[in-house]
Every structure is written in C-alpha cells, then in structure tokens.
Design a binder for this molecule. Structure first.
Ligand code: ADP
Ligand code: AMP
Length: 220
C-alpha cells in the first residue's frame, strides 16, 4: 500500500521547502497544487485561466476544480506506486473529504499530517523575501535560504522571480483565507490521530530533522 503525507501549515510556513527535502528522503512524489496551477497558468490552459483570477487575489480555486485536478494527478502510476507528499492540498474540509475518498479508491494510506506552525508576523517576512525558481519551483529566501549564486536557482541556474501573490496586500488575504478555510483541518486531522505539530520557527534543517524522524517513525 502506497503512503501519502499531507503537509499542513499557513502560506509561508515552509511546506514547499520541507517537501523538497522530505520527498527525496522518503522517495515520495511531491504534489503541490499551487505549482500545478502555476504551470497551467504559464501554459495558458483553460484550467490556468480559470485559476488565475482566484490566485491573483489570494482566494482559493473552487473545490470541484481543485479536487478533479488532484484526482487526476493521484491516479497516475507514479503516485499509485510510490505514494505522494501533498503540499497545499487539502485546504478546505470539502477537499479533505475528497482526498479521503481518492485514497480509498487507490488503496493509499494517509500516514500522517505534519503541521508546520508559524505565527502570522513571521509569515509576512518570509513571503516578502521569497524568491522562486520558475523551472523547478524551489523556494529561496534572501536571508534564510539564499541561492549559491545571487538570483539563480542552485539546481538549474534559472533566473529566480518573486511571485505576484507574495505582495503584502495579497499575503494578508491569503493568511485570512487560511485562517477561515484551512485552519479547521488541524482539528479534523488531530481527531483522526494523524496530526503532528512542528515548531516551524526553527531553522530549515531543524524542522526537516524533526519531520523526518516523525515520518520514519510512522512508516514502520
Ligand atoms: P510554503 O510552501 O509553506 O508557502 P515555502 O517553503 O515557500 O512556504 O517558504 C516560504 C519562505 O520562507 C521561503 O522564502 C523559504 O526559503 C523560507 N523558509 C522556509 N522555511 C524556513 C525556516 N524554517 N526558516 C526560515 N525561512 C524559511
Ligand atoms: P501555494 O503555492 O500553495 O501558495 O498556492 C498558490 C495559490 O494557488 C493559492 O493562493 C490558491 O489561489 C491556489 N491554490 C493552491 N492550492 C489550492 C487548493 N488546494 N485549493 C484551492 N486553491 C489552491
């Protein structure tokens, strides 16, 4: 049975950063719904054009669209065989229920839900200093995770960019949207005995170390 992990936490908590490390260590497919939407936006697909209006305002793309997109992704052979690390999904109770159904259909096991806890004032600082690779989506930070060569991705040398939705006005709305729609999932997964809270204000390596030991413990 393939294992699945949901990374929970507000925007800027470090989900993408930790997913890059954890997916390699645990040989899981990294599925980021934000990355899939951005890829569609870049390719000007119908899905990308639909998502654009929501993303630019920091709103959530409607559940039915997002659930269908994730179902399509999890149905593929790599996820079925290796399992996946979900980053940015689920973000609403409806999405959490849909994920439960998808995992039942593909006989996947939700191993645990690491929740990266970070206070709002730290999130604003993190997102305003975030630089992202347009090719592989690796996130960097001016202060806490600078690239080896200024402005270039360590993996592929691509020119880093700042996401439009990392502007302060949009960040504020994204945090509000998270508090209203996504934060209730903390309790939802706690009640299922799957939640493990991590202190996301530690440095990147310390968070990874805790997360890896947690996930390895559950995988046994
Ligand atoms: P998310 O995917 O949850 O939105 P990211 O992984 O993109 O968050 O991280 C947001 C920003 O914070 C990035 O610029 C990243 O380099 C930085 N960052 C991530 N984790 C930490 C950490 N533990 N300490 C300091 N900065 C971090
Ligand atoms: P992220 O890269 O996770 O910060 O997501 C960027 C944006 O993509 C969000 O602000 C939403 O507009 C959209 N998005 C990503 N994941 C979801 C999701 N699970 N449900 C709805 N919208 C999403």
């Amino acid at each position: 049975m393939a294992n699945f992990i949901v990374l929970l936490g507000p925007p800027g908590a470090g989900k993408g950063t930790q997913a890059e490390i954890l997916s390699k260590e645990m040989n899981l497919v990294h599925v980021s719904t934000g990355d899939i939407f951005r890829e569609n936006l870049k390719n000007e697909t119908e899905l990308g054009l639909l998502a654009k209006g929501y993303m630019s305002k920091g709103e959530l793309v409607p559940d039915d669209v997002t659930n269908a997109m994730v179902k399509d992704r999890l149905d593929r052979d790599d996820c079925r065989a290796q399992g996946a690390l979900l980053d940015g999904y689920p973000r609403t109770p409806d999405q959490a229920a849909a994920l439960g159904e998808m995992l039942r259909e593909i006989s996947g096991k939700l191993l645990c839900v690491p929740y990266i806890a970070v206070p709002a004032e730290v999130l604003v600082e993190r997102l305003s200093g975030r630089w992202t690779c347009p090719v592989c989506s690796t996130p960097y930070h001016m202060v806490s995770k600078p690239p080896k060569v200024a402005g270039k991705c360590d993996h592929d040398g691509a020119e880093l960019y700042q996401r439009d939705d990392d502007k302060p006005e949009t960040v504020k709305n994204r945090i509000d949207v998270y508090m209203k729609n996504t934060a209730p999932l903390i309790e939802y997964y706690r009640q299922q005995g799957l939640l493990a809270e991590l202190d996301g204000t530690q440095d990147i390596a310390a968070v990874s170390k805790e997360m890896l030991s947690l996930v390895r413990g559950r995988a046994q």
